[in-house]
Design a protein around this ligand. Structure first.
Ligand code: 7PJ
Length: 308
C-alpha cells in the first residue's frame, strides 16, 4: 500500500537500535541457556500525585526502576487489564497513561528495553514514537490496523495466542489438540506478518498461558513447550501468578503464588523459553541464577542486565 511506504519514512530512529539490542540480548540468552527476564509494570490507576505525573505513572516508574535494578532485561508496560472479565480501556486512555511513563523511563533508564503490552494500533504507534523498543500484543497483531502500525513502527513484536476475547475467553475454552492448534495459529500469524513485510528478526512468539485455556490446556502447553521450537522464533512464556498456579496450589490470592510462579519459570527456562514475563523479578532472577550455576557446575560471577 502506498500509504504504508510513505509512513515508513516516519519510523522512529530508535527502531533499528531496538531490534539490534533485543537480538543481542536474545543471542546471549541462547548462548547461556538462561532466559531474559521481562518485568511486568502495570500502569492502571488514574489518581494524581504532586510531581505533575498521574499517581500511577510515578508508581509505575518506581516499580520499573526497582525491577531494572533487580536484573530485569525488559520492562513490559501495560495500561489495559486483560484479566478475564476486565473492562476494556480506550486507546486514548492507554496512550495517556503509557506515554509519560515511556518518556520518563527512556530518560531515567537509558539501558532498559521497554515493551508495551497493547492490542491497539494507535497505542502501538504512540508508544513507538515515545521510544518503546518492543510491541507485545496478546492478539498477535490481529486487531484493526495493528499489523500495519507494528510494521511502520520498525519495532520487534511478540505474537501471542489467545482463544476468544479477554472478557469471555475463560468461559468454555475448547481444543481438540491444544498444542497443535496453538502452534498452527502462531504459524499462521507469523506467515501473515512475514507476507506483510515484517522481518524475521522482529518476531517473537508466545503460547498465551491462561488466554482461553483450562488448567489442563495450560499444563499441556507447558509440558510440550518444545513443540513450539519448530516454528523457529524465540519463545516468550508468561505463567507468573496465573490462575492455573492457583488451581494447583489451592491459592486464591495471586500475590501468594510466587513459589509456584518460580517453579513455572524454571520449567519454561529448562524447555528453552528465551523470555520469561514475570511479576516477581528479584525472586525469579535469584532462582534463575541458582539454576544456571548448577547447570554450569561452577560459581561464575555474572553481571546482570549488562545489555549490549
Ligand atoms: C501475557 C501478556 C502473557 C504476553 C498478559 C497476566 C495477564 N503478554 N500479557 N504473554 N499475560 N506476551 O499477566 O496475568 O502471557 S496480562
Amino acid at each position: 500500500m502506498p500509504a504504508n511506504t510513505s509512513e515508513a519514512k516516519r519510523t522512529p530512529a530508535s527502531s533499528h537500535e531496538a531490534v539490534a539490542r533485543l537480538q543481542s540480548l536474545l543471542r546471549r540468552a541462547e548462548e547461556s541457556g538462561r532466559p531474559l527476564v521481562m518485568g511486568i509494570v502495570n500502569v492502571t490507576d488514574d489518581s494524581f500525585s504532586g510531581d505533575g505525573l498521574k499517581g500511577d505513572a510515578t508508581a509505575a516508574i518506581e516499580q520499573a526502576k526497582a525491577m531494572a535494578a533487580a536484573g530485569a532485561d525488559i520492562l513490559d508496560l501495560g495500561a489495559e487489564s486483560t484479566r478475564p472479565g476486565a473492562a476494556p480501556v480506550s486507546s486514548a486512555q492507554e496512550i495517556q497513561r503509557l506515554v509519560p511513563v515511556i518518556e520518563a523511563l527512556r530518560r531515567d533508564l537509558p539501558r532498559a528495553l521497554l515493551s508495551v503490552d497493547t492490542r491497539n494500533a494507535a497505542t502501538m504507534q504512540a508508544a513507538a514514537m515515545a521510544g518503546a523498543h518492543l510491541i507485545n500484543d496478546i492478539s498477535a497483531l490481529d486487531g484493526e490496523g495493528s499489523l500495519e502500525a507494528a510494521i511502520r513502527s520498525g519495532l520487534p513484536v511478540v505474537l501471542m495466542h489467545m482463544q476468544g476475547q479477554p472478557g469471555t475467553m475463560q468461559q468454555a475454552p475448547r481444543y481438540d489438540d491444544v498444542v497443535a492448534e496453538v502452534r498452527d495459529y502462531l504459524a499462521q500469524r507469523i506467515a501473515a506478518c512475514r507476507a506483510a513485510g515484517l522481518a524475521r528478526d522482529r518476531i517473537l512468539i508466545d503460547p498465551g498461558i491462561g488466554f482461553g485455556k483450562s488448567v489442563d490446556h495450560n499444563l499441556t502447553l507447558l509440558q510440550r513447550l518444545q513443540a513450539f521450537r519448530v516454528l523457529g522464533y524465540p519463545l516468550l512464556v508468561g505463567a507468573s501468578r496465573k490462575s492455573f498456579i492457583g488451581a494447583i496450589a489451592r491459592e486464591p490470592e495471586a500475590q501468594r503464588r510466587v513459589p509456584g510462579s518460580i517453579a513455572a519459570a524454571l520449567w519454561a527456562a529448562q524447555q528453552g523459553a528465551r523470555i520469561l514475563r514475570v511479576h516477581d523479578v528479584p525472586e525469579t532472577v535469584q532462582a534463575l541464577n541458582v539454576w544456571q550455576a548448577m547447570a554450569r557446575g561452577a560459581l561464575k560471577a555474572e553481571k546482570p542486565n549488562d545489555s549490549a
